[in-house]
Every structure is written in C-alpha cells, then in structure tokens.
Design a binder for this molecule. Structure first.
Ligand code: PMV
Ligand code: MG
Length: 370
C-alpha cells in the first residue's frame, strides 16, 4: 500500500495578474492535506473512493441549446486527469499498467461541507500524481511532479495560473511566474509526454522564499465559498473590454511582487507589509473597474480589523469569499485581531506553513530504470 500527501495553499499576492504568462505571484503551502492511498486491486475493476467527495450533484450551465457540465468544480475530473497523465508517463518508462484501488482523503473539503478555498483541486492532482509515481516506481523530482500536475490540472481547468499546483509541490513560501500555457497546449499535440517534461518551459520560474523570523501569518475565513474559475472568467471579460486598464494593472502588480520578493530577500517585514497593502489596493481597483466583487464586505472588515492592530491585510486568491491573509509582527498583539474577528464571525484558520523535502522515489532493484 502506498500513501502520498500534498498540501493546500494560499495566495499571498499577485492574484489575477499571475494568470497571464510570465507574471508573478507569491504563495504559501499550508499544513492541511489531500492524501492519496493506492493498493493493488484483487479484482478486474479498480475503485476510486473518497469520503469527502460523495456529493453526487452535477453542475451544468446552458450554452445556447446545449447543456454543458462544468467539470472544473468536480474533484473526480482532476483525479482522472492526474491518473491519465501519470500513466502516460509510466508507459514512457515501459511500466506495465495495473489495476488498483485508490482512496482520496481530503482535509481541504471537510465532511460538513465547509470549503476553505485552500486549493483542493491542485492538492488532489498533486497527491494523486505523487502516489502513482511512487506506485509505478517512477524516479521524479519536484520539477517533474510540477510539470505532470500542471498538465493534468490545466487539461481540466483551462484558465488557471497553476500557482496553486506549484505551492502544493514545492511547499513553504514561493514566488511563481506562470508559464506559457498556449505553448504547452501546442506542444502537447506534437511532443511525447517525456520529451515535454524534459524541456524547459517558457516563462516558468519558481523560487523558494524565506520569510523573515518576525513574520506571523494570520488567516481569516469568511465562511463563504467562492468559485475561482467563475471569477477568473469574469475578469477575462474585463480584459477584452478595457485592455489599457487591464495592462496597467498587470504592470503594477508585477512591480509590486518584484518589490515584495526583494523584501523577502532582505528579510524586511515592513517592506513586505507595504507591498501587501499596495497589492490589496490594486486588487480593489481591479474589482471596482471590472465590477467583480473581489473584496466583499466581510473581507473588507477582515482587513480593516487587521490593519487597526498593525497588520497588513488583503484578500487571498480570487476573493469573493474564502480567506483573507494578514502579515503581522510576531511580537505585536495579534490576539486582539483574532478577538475582533470572532465578534464579526470571521474565523481564524490556525494553520502553519508546510515545508516539503526533495522527493525522488527510489527505484526498486528488480525494476530496472530504462
Ligand atoms: O481563490 P484561489 O485561492 O483559487 O486563487 C485564485 C488566484 C487567481 O490568480 C485569481 C487565479 C489563478 O489561477 O491564479
Ligand atoms: Mg478562492
């Protein structure tokens, strides 16, 4: 039996801009996991089971006369895509494909239906790929796991930056520049998977960051789930209609993230806080200009309270609900923030940053590497 896990994530800054090729964001991996367990099946059929994904509803929308199922919010779409890609990779190492039972356990989608927006689709993709690489004894590095998971996730969601996949693979604090996904889609048609994984990908850049000792990260949950893919769709409309403003937003966001990364390099909490505030301002402006409700009234209260006690706060991810983040000095009275949040029914998620060691599954001797 093989078990592998992958952590959830939160965006710290750079959201929406990071959806465009080469634009950066900062993310952090958190100690809430999706776990994937695989064991050989004794029968001719395999099963994929999950206690959290028992919901048998299907979301669909109308496109003209067609009824279209939105598979982007269905976790099984990511699991199946991850299996397809990893097995394609396994075949390139001449592994014989097997029949197995797979169990998925997610702390990111709690049984009582509370969804925190910590990136469960990315984590379930990464956990499935890690477990299958282990199961088939495929020697993979973090870079290779990232590329496999990015392809699997992209082939389902289609409009994301894949920053959440990077956070789930690399762990800790990272800066992430999104790669050219049009290039990837093209190359998928012409190149075999192994060659594509071995190539450098245009614009892709992932750097691990070290947070200053005195940085305390607070996470507030609004209690309201938000759909990232639907919010990103709405911003795409703004991109088409107000191109100049959209491009100004992209450049401002990029410069802001570059200064924030410098703040990490210099271990300068004040600089990081200043740029979190500026990034919040940019996202609020984007929301106002596009008519997309990024900073909802609850998220606004969450930020106001944190600012009142000396923290730097903003929405995290696509906004519209989910979580807000706060960077605050470890020696400040951050308990006062939590107390005031409680009064406003904002729940603190007491999570820690999760770091991941380098992986390379050892290949068992009786299975020679090709
Ligand atoms: O709300 P989240 O945590 O899924 O983050 C979405 C971040 C966006 O930049 C808006 C989209 C993306 O794919 O990067
Ligand atoms: Mg979200």
């Amino acid at each position: 039996m093989i078990t592998e896990k992958a952590p959830g994530k939160l965006y710290i800054a750079g959201e929406y801009a990071v959806v465009e090729n080469g634009y950066p964001a900062i993310l952090v991996a958190l100690d809430q996991f999706v776990t994937c367990t695989i064991k050989d099946s004794a029968r001719e059929i395999g099963q994929i089971i999950s206690q959290q994904y028992t919901n048998d509803q299907l979301n669909w929308r109308r496109m003209g006369d067609r009824l279209v199922v939105d598979k982007r919010d269905n976790p099984f779409s990511y699991i199946l895509s991850a299996i397809r890609i990893t097995e394609e990779y396994a075949r390139s190492f001449e592994r014989d494909l097997r029949i197995y039972d797979m169990q998925i356990d997610s702390q990111l989608d709690s049984a009582n239906g509370r969804k925190y927006g910590l990136g469960s689709s990315a984590a379930v993709t990464v956990a499935t790929i890690k477990a299958l690489c282990h199961y088939y004894h495929l020697p993979v590095t973090k870079d290779e796991i990232f590329k496999l998971a990015a392809i699997a996730h992209f082939e389902v969601q289609g409009n994301g930056s894949l920053g959440d996949v990077a956070a789930s693979v690399y762990g800790g604090w990272i800066s992430y520049h999104s790669f050219d996904r049009q290039w990837l889609a093209q190359q998928r048609k012409y190149l075999d998977l192994k060659s594509l994984i071995d190539l450098p990908w245009p614009d892709l850049k992932i750097e691990s960051l070290t947070a200053p000792q005195n940085l305390e990260l607070l996470i507030g949950w609004t209690g309201k789930p938000a759909s990232t893919s639907q919010l990103v769709d709405k911003i795409s409309l703004f991109k088409a209609r107000q191109q100049d403003e959209y491009h100004r937003f992209l450049e401002d966001s990029k410069a802001c993230i570059q200064r924030m990364v410098e703040g990490f390099h210099q271990q300068d909490l004040d600089k990081i806080k200043q740029e979190i505030r500026f990034n919040r301002h940019l996202l609020k402006q984007l929301g106002a200009n596009s008519g997309v409700n990024i900073e909802t009234p609850v998220l606004n209260r969450l930020c106001q309270i944190a600012e009142h006690f000396g923290g730097a706060a903003k929405t995290s991810g696509a906004g519209g609900g989910d979580c807000g983040i706060v960077a605050i000095d470890r020696n400040a009275d951050f308990r006062a923030v939590l107390k005031s949040w409680t009064k406003e029914k904002i729940e603190q998620l007491p999570l820690s940053v999760h770091f991941i060691d380098d992986v390379k599954y050892t290949v068992r001797e009786h299975l020679p590497l090709i």
